[in-house]
Ligand binder design. Structure first.
Ligand code: HEC
Length: 148
C-alpha cells in the first residue's frame, strides 16, 4: 500500500512527459516549400498528338515570347512578374522541370492558342490564336528551352 502511493507521482510525471511529447509532434508544422499542385485539363482531340514542325526555332520564339508572354510570365519565364503574381491562379512557372515532364508540345501549343479556355477556373491567360500557327510553334520551341 505504502509503495503504491509513492509510485503514483512518478507515474503522473511519466504521463505528463508523454503528453508533452505528443503535443510537440502534433504542433510541428511542415515549413518546407512545396510545389503547387497544378491540375491540368487533357489536351482536346483537335490538338492532341500535334508535333512541333520547327523544334529548333528557339531564337524566333524568344523574340515572340518577349513581346507576348513576359508581361505575365516574367523575363525568365518563371512567373515572376508583378502582373503574373497578381493573377489568381498566378502565371505559371514555365521553367519548372515538373511542368516540362508532365506535358507534351501539343499541350503547350494548345494552351498558347486558346489561353484561359484550356486553363483552370479563373485563369487570366491570354489566347494567342491571332498569331500564326508557325509563330506559336516557335514559341513552343523557346518555352521548351526554358526547362531548369
Ligand atoms: C495576361 C497574362 C498572361 C499572358 C500574357 C500569358 N500567360 Fe500563360 N498563363 C497565364 C496564367 C495566369 C496561367 C496559369 C493558369 C492557366 O494555366 O491558364 C498561364 C499558364 C500558361 C501555360 C500552362 C502552364 C501549365 O503549368 O499548365 C502555358 C504553357 C503558358 N501560360 C504559356 C504562355 C505563353 C507561351 C505566353 C505568350 C505567348 C503566355 N503564356 C502569355 C497568364 C498569361
Amino acid at each position: 500500500m505504502h509503495n503504491k502511493l509513492l509510485l503514483l507521482p512518478a507515474l503522473l510525471a511519466a504521463l505528463a512527459a508523454l503528453a508533452a511529447c505528443g503535443d510537440s509532434a502534433a504542433n510541428k508544422t511542415n515549413t518546407a516549400p512545396r510545389a503547387p499542385v497544378v491540375l491540368r485539363k487533357a489536351v482536346p482531340a483537335d490538338f492532341k498528338g500535334k508535333t512541333n514542325p520547327t523544334p529548333d526555332a528557339k531564337a524566333d520564339g524568344e523574340a515572340l515570347f518577349k513581346t507576348h508572354c513576359v508581361s505575365c510570365h516574367g523575363d525568365k519565364g518563371d512567373g515572376d512578374s508583378p502582373t503574373g503574381k497578381a493573377l489568381n491562379p498566378p502565371a505559371a512557372d514555365l521553367t519548372a522541370a515538373a511542368f516540362h515532364d508532365a506535358v507534351g508540345d501539343d499541350y503547350i501549343f494548345w494552351r498558347i492558342t486558346t489561353g484561359a479556355a484550356g486553363g483552370p477556373a479563373g485563369s487570366g491567360m491570354t489566347p494567342f490564336n491571332n498569331l500564326g500557327e508557325d509563330q506559336r510553334w516557335q514559341i513552343v520551341a523557346f518555352v521548351r528551352s526554358l526547362k531548369k
